[in-house]
Design a protein around this ligand. Structure first.
Ligand code: SF4
Length: 204
């Protein structure tokens, strides 16, 4: 059984990272370098990362099963980028069965195959789109958003819109409310209608 690196596993998060009671499991490793990343410790391998097998994570999360079932909660995989760890997540689904809600918090800036691998095992996709404008996206994350747009289309074709939440922040010095409204328009055309709109607060 393979291991995966984690920067944190947090229990009893209520209505923060998906519906109901959730354990948030954050993988190390991310392809992006967002300027205001709140988890920069996920960028490079670090002594604080903890290696776990899917079975070990399952043993850690199982004590909350009753809460998960009563609230339609479960485990949300974040990061870092959880779509770099699709084999682990599939293994975890085989261990926990079909009744837990499994969610991912992802940038979708990964090869298409990663999304295809997880379509059968993920109930809810929380997609951190940043901004649909390629120039804004590149200046904020250091990467192009070509994969993101391809994967959004793939997701729209293969999931119900209510199973996808799109996160769209206002990012100080990078985008504006006008930019965000343009992103919303493009995303509605692709087929999404559930948006989480918020503003980043930058500490001075
Ligand atoms: S996608 Fe998330 S974890 Fe990765 S650099 Fe951006 S904010 Fe940080």
């Amino acid at each position: 059984m393979q291991t995966a690196p984690f920067i944190a596993v947090a229990r009893h998060r209520i209505n923060l990272d998906g519906e109901g009671v959730v354990t948030l499991a954050c993988f190390g490793g991310c392809p992006l370098r967002c300027k205001y990343c709140i988890n920069p410790q996920c960028f490079e391998p670090h002594d604080s990362w903890k290696s776990l097998t899917a079975e070990q994570l399952y043993e850690q999360t199982k004590p909350d099963e009753l809460y998960f079932l009563a609230t339609r909660g479960g485990v949300t995989f974040g990061g870092g980028e959880p779509l770099l760890r699709t084999a682990f997540i599939r293994e975890f689904r085989a261990l926990c069965g079909d009744l837990w809600t499994l969610s991912v918090e992802t940038s979708l800036n990964v090869p298409e195959q990663a999304v295809k691998d997880l379509l059968p095992v993920i109930n809810h996709w929380i997609v951190d789109v940043k901004d649909m404008n390629p120039d804004i996206y590149a200046s904020y994350t250091g990467k192009e958003n070509t994969h993101v747009i391809q994967n959004l289309k793939l997701l729209a074709e293969n999931t119900q819109p209510q199973h996808v939440t799109i996160r769209l922040p206002i990012i100080p010095n990078f985008n504006t409310e006008t930019d965000r409204q343009k992103s919303i328009g493009q995303l509605r055309q692709i087929g999404f209608d559930k948006f989480d709109l918020f503003d980043y607060t930058i500490k001075k």
